[in-house]
Design a protein around this ligand. Structure first.
Ligand code: DAH
Length: 354
């Protein structure tokens, strides 16, 4: 049996209990649990309030009013506590996420840049594109036929030794130079042919002056009536574009199996011919006054014959060829003392050549 006094008493107990639970809730999640426990559908207080309807009518007003005040007090306290806890939780989250935008940036960051081999490769290509040459590329895994036989190497030529050349099998190897593209280019394209072929090459060598993998640019010009004078004019334009100034070049007799006559080409030392006033000998050419930059020559008739096409018959056309090492050109141009600097990727080196 419900009577007003017991009901009011229980209501005030529940209020006191609810308020102290609210004040003790440590987090917004815990507070939500308290809310469900004191005001939720299954909680005692709302159910008691429903019992008000069973009271005699003259008592209902007093108890109903007290009950509403209690409910209002609990709801207000819940809202206050929620705001308090949410504020503290937000502040804690922000403190954990803090990023101080006023701190200085990392001094260890480095901008990317082209490797000196890549930029030299592109500079060389640009010069020959400007002279009317086209750029081709070739395969790095070659046959002995294109790497040696078609280039007029005798069967006993020392470069064929497996101590010098990386073989895949008896007939297949990693190309030792870009020259095999001479014959491949002539097989594909008709004359007149003016091409340069940059790319990677491989040899079994590794010390301060040799890398097992390095880069060359091959050049080939085949046309009617090509002479050594065309070779000289072309390479003089190249040397001046790459090393700067009105530099002279000189041709020294040499031997390559695939050119006849063959020459090595030197460029006047750009350091001493460009006003070197030091009292010691020039550090770039070591006092020689000339720098060897590449090998070249007139295409040997045997190479033209190896193409096996009438349009390349030695009576029909003549040509010149040349081959240079990109590492060597970059070393001369940038005063780089040791080939191994190219592959060590030390940022102190890379940054100087940016
Ligand atoms: N293939 C030669 C080498 O690797 C370089 C070379 C010399 C290429 C003379 C040529 C040339 O085209 O005519 O050492």
């Amino acid at each position: 049996m419900t009577d007003a006094t017991t009901l009011l008493q229980r209501v005030s107990e529940l209020e006191a209990g609810a308020l102290s639970q609210i004040d003790a809730a440590p987090t917004t999640d815990a507070l939500e649990e308290v809310r469900v426990a004191v005001l939720g559908r299954k909680a005692e207080l709302p159910n008691l309030l429903r019992g008000v309807s069973e009271l005699p009518p003259q008592e209902r007003g007093q108890v109903g009013k007290a009950a509403n005040i209690t409910r209002g007090a609990i709801e207000r306290r819940l809202a206050e506590r929620k705001e308090q806890l949410a504020g503290a939780e937000e502040a804690k989250r922000l403190a954990g996420d803090r990023l101080d935008l006023t701190l200085p940036g990392s001094p260890q960051l480095h901008d990317g840049a082209l490797h000196i081999i890549t930029s030299t490769w592109r500079d060389i290509e640009d010069v020959f594109l400007g002279l009317g040459f086209s750029v081709l590329s070739g395969r790095e895994v070659e046959t002995a036929h294109y790497n040696f036989d078609a280039l007029n190497h005798s069967p006993t030529h020392p470069a064929r030794a497996d101590t010098d050349t990386f073989y895949v099998n008896d007939d297949v190897l990693l190309r030792t130079h870009t020259s095999p593209m001479q014959v491949r280019a002539m097989e594909i394209y008709d004359p007149p042919l003016y091409v340069v072929i940059p790319g990677r090459v491989y040899r079994r060598d590794y010390d301060a002056t040799h890398l097992p993998q390095f880069h060359q640019v091959e050049g080939l010009a085949v046309d009617k009536g090509i002479t050594l004078a065309d070779l000289k004019g072309t390479l003089m334009a190249f040397a001046r574009a790459i090393f700067g100034g009105e530099l002279a070049i000189r041709l020294r007799p040499h031997f390559f199996p695939f050119t006849e006559p063959s020459v090595e080409i030197d460029v006047a030392c750009f350091n001493c011919s460009d006003g070197w006033i030091g009292t010691e000998r020039c550090p770039v050419c070591r006092g020689e006054q000339w720098l060897e930059i590449l090998g070249a020559g007139e295409v040997d008739p045997n190479v033209l014959r190896a193409v096996q096409r009438d349009v390349y018959h030695p009576e029909a056309v003549q040509g010149f060829a040349f081959g240079m090492g990109i590492e060597r050109i970059a070393m001369l141009r940038n005063d780089i003392p040791d080939l191994r600097l190219y592959i060590e990727n030390d940022v102190r080196f890379l940054e100087q050549l940016r």
